[in-house]
Ligand binder design. Structure first.
Ligand code: UT7
Length: 379
């Protein structure tokens, strides 16, 4: 039987930190409310686009696995904040890495995108379609955040991490999973202004999106979806809660995580948390937490993980994952982000004023990237 072992991992966190106190300078909120209701103290705001975060995280993951980009057969880019829709983001990452032998696909299931992508790549490896895959979870949410809305602006952050999967005979990687979607309730988590249904995307300036976000209903559905799928994934893997060494959950709200852990019968000392320092990074949340669990020595060699997650759609899932015997990188990469010259608050203030923090005008932004793609040039 073929398994899809996780043999490489890497993260890329943008350096600019936006604290709760920073948010209180322009929103009617305070550190006490945010900390008590969510557990979040700060989050990151990226000064580069999502594909750049993905490039750095991926270069680190490839080095960790000791393979070259040309060894990849498949790239799965899990995100709901793609730099472009056509061409897809995975192809942008592929050309940046020099992964000329890889198929390249995007997966968008919002916060669960990395995990749905992990299922996709694992299935392709297990069925022999590919042997080596890169799965990325990345979000660049800050440009389309509604920074005027305290209900959502305090919750989210930017970030990225990636893993390498390789075909293996040893029992390893995803052992079982349960995926699902409460599509009947999809309208309670929606970003209005993002997508062609709202007009040509290029005409929507930063700061022009409106978030529909029914926090309490999302909370209830998240606890239900993560709890039910965790129980089902454990049953499918023929494991019990006592077999789980570490839960690495999606991190939207500390209270949700506590409910899910309690329901699964797993104590909080077996849950790995990043929510206090990164907030909800949507698709990037679980992979960044996986990488940090390794960096902090919390990942036992050969350990069993549970990764319950929930997001827009409303998608949910849980995976039971067997980690390999190696918990340290084979090598490191010196690839890094360009320095960030500005504070997170300054970047956010530009978005609020509908300015591009990178100094381009919106007319410039709307200009096609490739000259031959100019409107009216035929074709
Ligand atoms: O990854 C996608 C999954 N996302 C989630 O799972 C999020 C799930 N939902 C939640 O985490 C929570 O529902 C929230 C953190 C979003 C909200 O917490 P809550 O305990 O459900 O608060 P609430 O919505 O019931 O709001 C309570 C009060 C309201 O004021 P009134 O109406 O009682 O006067 C809100 O207007 O808190 C107010 N409020 C705030 N106050 C200060 C809402 N946001 C803020 C804020 N600062 N940032």
């Amino acid at each position: 039987m073929t398994f899809a072992a996780i043999t490489g991992w890497g993260k890329c966190m943008p350096p600019a930190v936006l604290s709760n106190a920073d948010l209180a300078t322009f929103l009617d909120t305070d550190d006490e409310w945010i900390t008590q209701r969510t557990g979040i103290r700060e989050r990151r705001v990226s000064h580069v686009c999502g594909t750049e975060l993905a490039y750095v995280a991926s270069a680190r993951a490839l080095a960790c696995a000791g393979i070259a980009a040309t060894d990849l057969d498949l790239i799965v880019y899990g995100s709901c904040s793609n730099d472009e829709h056509i061409p897809n983001s995975a192809s942008g990452l592929s050309v940046r890495l020099g992964a000329g032998n890889a198929a390249a696909m995007d997966v968008n299931t919002a916060c669960t995108s990395f995990l749905y992508g992990l299922s996709t790549a694992t299935a392709m490896i297990r069925t022999g379609v590919v042997k080596t895959a890169l799965v990325v979870g990345v979000e660049w949410i800050s440009p389309f955040m509604d920074w005027h809305n305290r209900n959502v602006a305090v919750l989210f952050g930017d970030g990225c991490a990636a893993v390498v999967l390789q075909a293996s005979d040893a029992e390893s990687g995803v052992l079982a999973e349960k995926l699902g979607c409460y599509s009947d309730a999809r309208a309670i988590l929606r970003v209005r202004g993002s997508g062609l249904a709202y007009g040509y995307n290029g005409d929507v300036a930063y700061g022009d999106t409106l978030w529909d976000f029914d926090g309490q209903e999302i909370f209830k559905r998240a606890v239900h979806g993560m709890g039910e799928s965790a129980a089902e994934a454990l049953t499918r893997a023929r494991k019990s809660p006592g077999d789980i060494d570490l839960i690495v959950p999606h991190q939207a709200n500390l209270r949700i995580i506590e409910f899910v852990a309690k329901r699964a019968g797993i104590a909080m000392d077996r849950v790995f948390l990043t929510v206090h320092k990164y907030g909800n990074m949507s698709a990037a949340t679980v992979p960044v937490a996986l990488v940090e669990a390794l960096e902090e020595g919390r990942m036992p060699a050969g350990g069993l993980l549970l990764t319950p997650a929930f997001g827009g759609g409303l998608t949910y899932c849980s995976h039971v994952i067997r980690w390999g015997e190696r918990v340290t990188p084979l090598a490191t990469s010196d690839v890094d982000l360009p320095p960030c010259e500005r504070s997170a608050l300054a970047i956010v203030r530009d978005y609020m004023a509908r300015r591009d923090p990178r100094g381009r005008s919106f007319a410039g932004l709307n200009a096609p990237v490739f000259p031959e793609a100019k409107a009216g040039s035929g074709g």
